[in-house]
Design a protein around this ligand. Structure first.
Ligand code: HEC
Length: 108
């Protein structure tokens, strides 16, 4: 019995770990369904946001309680990438000077 418990615990830990590592649009589509309920559909989001920066910012700014647990930049960025959004507009080369809140991507 104890073994079974340890085993199931290990499985669930593994599950959570993998879902965090492989964060993707899959994390979002439970709510962001094609019907647009409760969250806007992927198509609607893609229409509204052109870069992952836009999307991440909007997600972070969302006041909807359902989005609270999703306010994790790593998760959001991975999802944005998965959706096919570009990091940011590549043409802006002076970003470094003007943009201060740019965190390192692999910051742990
Ligand atoms: C538990 C359900 C749920 C999950 C999971 C979820 N969302 Fe949401 N999301 C919502 C709801 C509800 C809204 C608010 C919709 C509204 O305000 O009309 C929202 C809003 C947003 C917005 C803001 C849209 C806007 O127009 O301002 C973005 C961007 C967003 N979600 C992205 C994501 C991403 C990316 C993920 C996955 C990492 C995700 N969401 C996961 C429910 C969810």
């Amino acid at each position: 019995m104890k073994r079974l418990l340890v085993f199931s615990l290990a499985v669930s830990v593994l599950f959570v770990a993998t879902s965090l590592c492989f964060a993707s649009w899959d994390t979002c589509k439970g709510c962001h369904t094609d019907s647009g309920k409760p969250g806007p559909s992927k198509a609607a989001l893609l229409k509204k946001f052109k870069t992952s920066d836009d999307l991440v910012q909007a997600a972070m700014a969302s006041t909807n309680p359902m989005m609270q647990s999703m306010k994790n930049e790593t998760v959001l960025r991975a999802a944005a990438k998965d959706m096919g959004l570009k990091e940011a507009k590549a043409s802006k080369k002076e970003d470094k000077k003007t943009e201060t809140k740019k965190g390192p991507k692999d910051g742990k």
